[in-house]
Design a protein around this ligand. Sequence first.
Ligand code: ADP
Ligand code: NA
Length: 329
Amino acid sequence: RWSRKIFSGIQPTGSLHLGNYLGAVRKWTHLQKARENVTLCIVDMHSITMPHNPPMLRENIFMMAATLLACGVDPAQSTLFVQSGVMEHAELNWILSSLTTMPRLAQLPQFKEKSRRVKDVPLGLYVYPVLQAADIMLYKATHVPVGADQLQHIQLAQHLIRAFNTRYGEMFPECSPMIEENDASRVLSLREPSKKMSKSDQDPRGTINLSDSPELIREKIKKAVTDFTSDITYSPSMRPGVSNLVNIHSHVTDESIATVVEEAKLLDTAKYKERVADAVIEHLRPIREKINMHLANERELCYVLEMGAEKARKVAQHTMSEVKQRLGL
Ligand code: ADP
Ligand code: NA
């Protein structure tokens, strides 16, 4: 009854790292190529729930937009826009806030974790997952690509959808999470290969950012933690460091793990790192160039985002008028 619609929200955190790219953004572009209906929202209103720096947020929004376009998001096929430009997100958030309870929000693990870090907990931080549900519901999304840490938030969205449909009559499709990280797509920290690559990694050398220069990428890969065996094998549990490099190498060259390992059989780890660095640099070079090109052309970038917001608004306004009618507003 419902057509497949994919919605993904991404926080404007500045640069993306290789994990975000291989684990998430690149998959969205594959969905787009497969002619799926994809809506991508830069969720700036989620970014103000913790103390933030306004000029930096503005810069990060542009950086994220430029990065997504550079990674292959096509605004003609997908809908790419900034959340605060479509006011229906805040409007539906308010309506949904009466469909859930305070204890349910208080028990969500992300809220517990983040609220521990601030003395006075902002209401916005608390309501954050309700806004996330509004994001999804406005576009009647059926599938939501998320990291594993977002699963509880999708469950809250499912709860709100059921609550709305029960109280006001069937209007929203069930939404299912599409978990993006699996063993094959999880990129590990170069410094601590027991952990995933993350922007919150304490050691910046563990993370390759899409905006890193070729020299910096090479340096980080050279210093990647491996082990005392010098040949190249793939065994994520026994040799996580080397296997992570093989995995990254396989992703950026579009070759199978077996092929990559076979081709590295005469190399030691030091030589292999050079080869991986070459491959990563080659893969990221056009992306980095496009990021810079988009950033240098801010008017064009604004125009693309405004066109995206216009497309999104049409859908969101349609949903909101239906919602208001159901509620007697
Ligand atoms: P971070 O962990 O750096 O804070 P986010 O939590 O913002 O990244 O994740 C954004 C998206 O990128 C999610 O879909 C998540 O699954 C994906 N992602 C993040 N880190 C990795 C990683 N190391 N490997 C694969 N995918 C990742
Ligand atoms: Na995270």
